[in-house]
Design a protein. Structure first.
Ligand code: ATP
Ligand code: MG
Lengths: 312, 287
């Protein structure tokens, strides 16, 4: 034994051993550093959930969960305050639904065009343009909806209110379009060329290859793109706060104005609510519902994405 | 000597006596039309460029109807390039250019000059790597039928079964036709791709090293299959494996650096090649 170890120590010279020791130190240092960074982000997330839960718990001591989920009035500022969160949820889902009705067909068409039709030069110039669109501040989209799209729509739809869900929905669809199109396009381009060639070899046209081969093969990735887009639409604040109005209104009618969860939160946050009051706590309860909705969409998107990655 | 060498004197292409009687009528529609010199296609002075690099130089090659023609040659000599001219796969990528002709009979059209979609409706292909669609086994085989306007369920069922039987896969998959094609082994996937190519009953099928990704047992099955198909459909096959070429082909073409060096009956090419370079290649002295 001792013979071997002495042979070893001869083999590994002093300088080499020092190098190995130093490398081991830096390896360990990097690992700890990365672990710390990961822990911080986990801690922040846990902290947010903790605050949401603890701040909304007292709220549910005064408002029953049944009322919270079934009442169709949201009137925290009234004498006889009522807290039916579905009032806010209805507007949130209506606007997000309109946004998706725009983003899904247009995003798919754009993704098909970029992935299957566009020459590489065109694709390389359109993609940065999409990223540019993603960088436009949402407040700009909000004023665009309020001051341009709504007046424009009012010339076709006479009954359209000044604050309505239709205009912000449409604008939000355009807003999430670059994201959904570019993620879908990534999924479609990840489809192996061999699959496309198999389609063409059977006599398929370009369009048939896109719709019968590429989209089915990239379907879970495309679905994930739209679910993540949906969760973005649900969480979006500025556009709806500006263009859909601040009036809680249980309705799925897009020509009416209605406050979404996010619009309510930002409205309350800007006013000066007494700390600990029921209205103050209702912000956290509404925030918790919003968190659950986006979490659900993100989880679905996450699992679909994982399945899509395993496909080939 | 090749013990497995098969004489190519199998002159009669009596389809009705072909093995697997359910397939006997597979190419009956082609029998009525006489083909000049018995060729399904004729490559004449075909050159091909990937952008600026020339990959084929004035290649000539007859493709005899309902026989197996093997393309052999060292890596990079242009076998796949020539094969993919036949179904115009090169048209999918920008910058590629053909010059010359591939006459397709009986219409006597130049297939590198007509609409690629029409060419692909007549000439099927099986690729090097099995590439089934991420769909059911049934949907894979039916994929080429729907595009040709066959939509009736009963007709589809019949054609799918016939193609799967033809590809010697029916017994292995008949109980799971709606299962995913990705649940099959590599060899089964390749036979599924053969069934997919066979289902539309093409005049010619191109094979690009169809067994290079498979184990010996799966390879033997595909080789048997190719031999059975000959006599019913014209086959052009690229192979790296000299034994395979000598076992399954009737005619062999040897290529070198984008040029056609020698073409002839398989047994003649392998036993008494005319060009010394062919001799060097098949005896393993280069390539
Ligand atoms: N997409 C392409 N762009 C440019 N050159 C190419 C392309 N594909 C092939 N080539 C070139 O064309 C020549 C012929 O290639 P090809 O794939 O036809 O060879 P091969 O005989 O099939 O070889 P292997 O036996 O390795 O498959 C090679 O020199 C290759 O580098
Ligand atoms: Mg090749």
């Amino acid at each position: 034994m001792s013979e071997i170890s002495s042979a070893e120590s001869e083999l590994i010279g002093g300088a080499t051993r020092q190098f190995l020791r130093r490398r081991a130190f830096w390896n360990r240092f990097a690992a700890y550093w990365l672990l710390a960074a990961a822990l911080v982000s986990v801690l922040v997330t846990v902290g947010i959930v903790y605050v949401l839960v603890t701040e909304s718990l007292p709220f549910f001591n005064q408002v029953s969960l049944v009322d919270f989920l079934t009442d169709t009035q949201w009137t925290p500022m009234f004498e006889n305050a009522r807290y039916g969160v579905m009032t806010l949820v209805s507007a949130t889902l209506t606007v997000a639904g309109i946004a998706l009705a725009v983003a899904i067909p247009a995003g798919l068409a754009l993704a098909i065009y970029l992935s299957e039709y566009a020459r590489p030069a065109v694709r390389e110039s359109v993609k940065p343009l999409l990223e540019l669109l993603e960088g436009v501040p949402t407040v700009v989209y909000g004023f665009f909806a309020l001051l341009f799209v709504t007046p424009l729509l009012q010339t076709f739809i006479p009954g359209l209110a000044g604050f309505n869900m239709l205009a912000p929905g449409l604008v939000m669809g355009i807003m999430i379009l670059p994201y959904t199109a570019s993620v879908s396009e990534d999924a479609m381009r990840a489809v192996p060329m061999g699959l496309r060639e198999a389609g063409y070899a059977l006599g398929y046209s370009r369009f048939r290859v896109a719709t019968r081969v590429v989209i089915p093969a990239a379907l879970s990735g495309i679905t994930a793109a739209f679910i993540l887009g949906m969760s973005r639409a649900v969480g979006e604040t500025m556009v709806v706060a500006i263009a859909a109005g601040q009036n809680p209104n249980f309705t799925f009618n897009p020509t009416e104005g209605a406050a979404t969860i996010t619009a309510y939160i930002v409205q309350m946050a800007m006013g000066d609510l007494p700390h600990g009051s029921l209205a103050y706590q209702s912000v956290f309860a509404a925030g918790f519902v919003l968190f659950l909705i986006t979490l659900t969409f993100n989880l679905i998107g996450f699992f679909l994405r994982r399945r899509f990655r395993e496909a080939y | 000597m090749q013990p497995n060498l098969r004489p190519i004197t199998r002159e009669t292409t009596d389809v009705s006596s072909a093995p697997g009687d359910s397939n006997a009528d597979l190419h009956r529609h082609q029998e009525s039309v006489p083909l000049p010199h018995g060729n399904r296609a004729d490559v004449r002075k075909l050159s091909f460029w990937y952008g600026k690099t020339q990959a084929l130089k004035e290649v000539n090659l007859p493709v005899v109807d309902r026989k197996v023609t093997a393309l052999i040659g060292p890596s990079g000599c242009g076998k796949s390039t020539l094969l993919r001219c036949f179904n115009r796969m090169h048209d999918l990528y920008p910058g590629n250019r053909y010059d010359g002709e591939i006459r397709l009979y009986p219409e006597d059209e130049n297939l590198v000059a007509i609409d690629p979609g029409l060419v692909r409706l007549r000439i099927g292909m099986v690729f090097q790597k099995p590439n089934p669609f991420p769909k059911s086994i049934y949907a894979n085989v039916a994929a080429g039928l729907e595009v040709r306007g066959i939509k009736k369920r009963s007709v589809l069922d019949e054609r799918v079964e016939r193609a799967l039987r033809h590809a010697a896969l029916w017994d292995e998959v008949k109980d799971r036709l709606n299962g995913s094609a990705y649940g099959l082994s590599g060899g089964q996937q390749q036979r599924l791709c053969i069934a997919r190519a066979l289902a539309p009953e093409p005049e010619m099928i191109l094979f690009d090293e169809p067994t290079s990704a498979l184990d010996p047992l799966a390879t033997a099955k595909i080789e048997d299959l190719v031999q059975q198909l000959a006599g019913e459909v014209t086959i052009l096959i690229v192979t790296h494996n000299m034994q395979q070429a000598s076992r399954i082909s009737d005619f062999t073409a040897f290529m070198l650096m984008g040029e056609m060096v020698e073409y002839g009956n398989t047994d003649q090419v392998f036993t008494a090649p005319e060009d010394p370079r062919t001799d060097q290649y098949i005896t393993g002295r280069f390539g």
